[in-house]
Design a protein around this ligand. Sequence first.
Ligand code: ZN
Length: 370
Amino acid sequence: MLLLFFVILIENRYMEAYDTIVSLIPLLTISQKQRLIEELKKEKIVIHKNELTHCPHCDSVNLIKHSFFNERQRFKCKDCERTFTKTTGTALHGINKQNDFLRYFTSMMEDGFRPLKKMCKEFKISKQTAFDWRQKSMITLEHSKANFEGITEIDDLWFRYNLKGRQGLVNGRKRAGKVGAGDNGFQTKILATADRTGQLDMSVIRIGRMKMSDIPRKIGNRINSKTILTSDKHGSISAFAKSFKIPHISFDAKNHTFDKEYHVQHINSIAERFDFMVNRVLKGVSTKYLQGYANWFKELEVLKNDKSKNELSMDDLLKSNHTWDVFINIENQYEKFINTYSSRTYRCPVKRVRKSQNWTKDVLNRYATY
Ligand SMILES: [Zn+2]
């Protein structure tokens, strides 16, 4: 109740400012009005509509208003006794240039994959900042967990194991050196699943040959007996369909299609475009970040088909208050992935020193990337 009162109080303060500004507009000259419009366009729409409902540290709902700091309302959790603001733990955690970040995020969603250098130039930020903003944006994207309906294409996409950006590697090993063709222990696999209603999943599953267990681990709870899987003859997919009693239409890989209805053309098209973006536009990405890029690409595909989506706002960046936790633990997650889902050796740890936030095992499990 108290919280609600203060939220109303804050909103009132903004309403007063808004009323004042609106009342002054008639006093402006035409050219000033035009300049004002340009200013507003630059601003995009910055509204914090999301109510703060959970403690970002322990997920408790037992919150009280604490104090104002730098004109930002702080809250306190009655359970873990820690304080925080609306941006704590979100993609905006610790970021001063919030409007710049929103414009950067909007550009990522509207212009798609672009080389980092171009982004640095356009936004006048360092390479490190551009890279961090990109990672945080990719982490904060929300993903549909709706079921796959009807004919559902499934296939694995291959990306060479890539160590781009890792320090201390002998030259030539960055792209895993010379690797034979074919399905070997140097191919990172993304399981791609798409139905004809627009549901899409792209999950990095392992480095090496896809196993049957990889499929239920990623999409098991989104598939039911009404789903009709269609794929090429991959032993793991057949085994999965059989053991979960899911109808499955398969065909020889070289034929590409069973008939006009049962094929994997949609996934093939996605694979082709994603491969182009990753390997041509970005000149390859580190396996460590591949899942992030898959998330980004997937979101672009969803936005393409969703005409109802309005302009992006700060709310889109405040959706998850675990983004910061996931962001500073990408390296830990990657180490876990290499040790659990590949026969590669985890090498040359990347350690960045920062004021850390407590990272509990519980959060690691709940927000695990793999
Ligand atoms: Zn708490």
